[in-house]
Write a protein that binds this ligand. Structure first.
Ligand code: CU
Length: 143
């Protein structure tokens, strides 16, 4: 098991290069206990991945960091909201009981493109969530 990084030890400029938030580690990962972990990056003016596929009704552990400045992720129609700061991993426990599309938006004014900084969670019945191989990550574009 990899050592946990302490808060403030992520280099925002090196997210694509090494560590937990490299590109092929983003998206939805199935955990052994049936829950899932979602890793995302926020940056001016988008969330990566842009669309996150999750199974309905299971615990979702969100881990998100920023590549530049302070943002926040708000999930519309829910109470879920989390502040995202560069150098740190913000965590949030989510659950989407119903199938559906949950639009998200940045809740922290972050510049000219702030109002276009949107993404979505797509919750599908568990049996429609694709079975992922070990080390595979799911997203809306997956078959
Ligand atoms: Cu923002």
């Amino acid at each position: 098991m990899r050592a946990l990084r302490g808060a403030g030890h992520l280099d925002p400029l090196a997210l694509q290069l090494r560590g937990e938030f490299v590109e092929n580690n983003l998206g939805t990962e199935q955990d052994a206990d049936g829950s899932v972990t979602v890793r995302m990056i926020a940056q001016q003016y988008l969330f990566i991945p842009h669309c996150v596929l999750v199974p309905a009704g299971v615990p979702v552990h969100l881990r998100i960091t920023s590549a530049d400045i302070v943002h926040s992720l708000r999930i519309e129609g829910t109470d879920y909201s989390v502040k995202i700061t560069p150098g740190n991993v913000s965590q949030l426990q989510l659950r989407f009981p119903e199938r559906g599309t949950y639009p998200t938006a940045c809740g922290e004014f972050c510049g000219a493109g702030h109002y276009t900084m949107r993404s979505e969670f797509r919750s599908v019945p568990q049996e429609q969530f694709p079975a992922l191989a070990k080390n595979e990550r799911g997203n809306c574009a997956a078959p």
